[in-house]
Design a protein around this ligand. Structure first.
Ligand SMILES: [Zn+2]
Length: 180
């Protein structure tokens, strides 16, 4: 069983000012490098992909300036596990400090491990596979598909190196974030 909940908070400069124990345990479970030194660092150091950053900044601005509080589902899959989570993003009265709390909704062990999610497998530089950073689906032949389907279509099991992941956001998730 994974960590069930984690939370962190940022100041008005988007620097991490508070992380809880769940954050550290989640980081360790998922092989995030340097998570121990997260405090004081910019939230954006931990977000991959230009498009994803842009959309999350927009969402954060809306939370600070008006909506104050949103809750959204997202996927956080690992090589051995599928995980459905909910994240709540809430600003304090001043809108300066924003608190992120993520909760695990459902977790399931995969029948077969999916190395695409493993940050430690060798990658083929220059061969890019677009991935949605929010729902963990992959763009293959113009279609956003789950990892099993992506692996099948790309015959990943026959390769010695996996493509590099290009973190973006799919149209469905982008619509969901903008509507939040
Ligand atoms: Zn998506």
């Amino acid at each position: 069983m994974s960590v069930e909940a984690l939370s962190y908070a940022i100041d008005d400069q988007d620097r991490l000012i508070r992380v809880d124990d769940g954050y550290y345990r989640f980081a360790a479970e998922n092989g995030w490098d340097g998570a121990g030194a997260s405090l004081g660092r910019s939230l954006w150091d931990f977000v991959a992909g230009h498009e994803v950053k842009k959309l999350q900044r927009l969402l954060l601005r809306r939370v600070r300036e008006g909506v104050r509080d949103v809750e959204l589902p997202f996927r956080c899959d690992g090589p051995e596990m599928t995980r459905e989570m909910d994240i709540r993003i809430a600003a304090d009265k001043s809108g300066r400090v924003v608190m992120f709390s993520a909760k695990l909704r459902a977790e399931e062990e995969r029948e077969e491990p999916q190395p695409l999610f493993d940050p430690n497998v060798p990658r083929d530089n220059g061969d890019f596979l677009p991935m949605c950073a929010w729902c963990d689906r992959f763009l293959v032949e113009g279609e956003w598909v789950a990892v099993e389907e992506a692996a099948k279509r790309l015959e990943l099991f026959r390769r010695s190196k996996l493509p590099e992941l290009d973190h973006g956001i799919c149209p469905q998730c982008s619509g969901q974030l903008l509507a939040a």
